[in-house]
Design a protein around this ligand. Structure first.
Ligand SMILES: [Fe+2]
Length: 169
């Protein structure tokens, strides 16, 4: 007969890494919002890569590809940090729609510069979501989450600046 393990690893309260259950739950909740924002911005950026038109086509088509690839690669470490904290990572459009602070991409593709403006707002929005979680990560001594947030903030603030620069005369 198979021996029953004392505590299931699926039970978040069986995890003992020096961060309280309450703090791990709060961190997972914040990271879930960051995951939803990042995924939504990924999809919008890929959509704009497909649908951009006009004289800036080549520049924007290429630029959006670099950006959506970076965002796609970013969702995995965010989701896996949630798992490391003992919680379930959201991964459905219904959950992301509920959790995300970003709007879905418009059904009709906007003009090229309007796409750029929407992406600036998106990167700023994700930066705000990441930054809002920082005090909690700090207070709970959750360095891996703080490190992840720092990396994400650097990317979103830099990308927002680059996109913003395209809107200047
Ligand atoms: Fe492509």
């Amino acid at each position: 007969m198979a021996k029953k393990t004392s505590k299931s690893t699926a039970n978040p309260s069986s995890i003992n890494i020096g961060i309280s259950d309450k703090d791990r739950a709060a961190m997972a909740e914040g990271l879930s919002k960051l995951l939803a924002d990042t995924y939504t911005l990924y999809l919008t950026t890929h959509n704009f890569h497909w649908n951009v038109t006009g004289p800036m086509f080549n520049t924007l088509h290429q630029m959006f590809m670099v950006q959506y690839t970076e965002l796609w690669n970013a969702v995995d470490p965010i989701a896996e940090r949630i798992r490391s904290l003992g919680h379930v990572a959201p991964g459905s459009y219904a959950q992301f729609a509920k959790l995300s602070s970003l709007k879905d991409a418009p059904a009709t593709p906007p003009k090229a510069l309007e796409m750029v403006r929407i992406l600036v707002e998106g990167h700023e929005g994700v930066a705000r979501t990441a930054r809002a979680l920082f005090p909690l990560a700090d207070q709970a001594s959750d360095e891996p989450t703080a490190d992840l947030l720092t990396q994400r903030l650097t990317v979103h603030e830099q990308t927002a600046w680059m996109l913003r620069s395209l809107l200047e005369e």
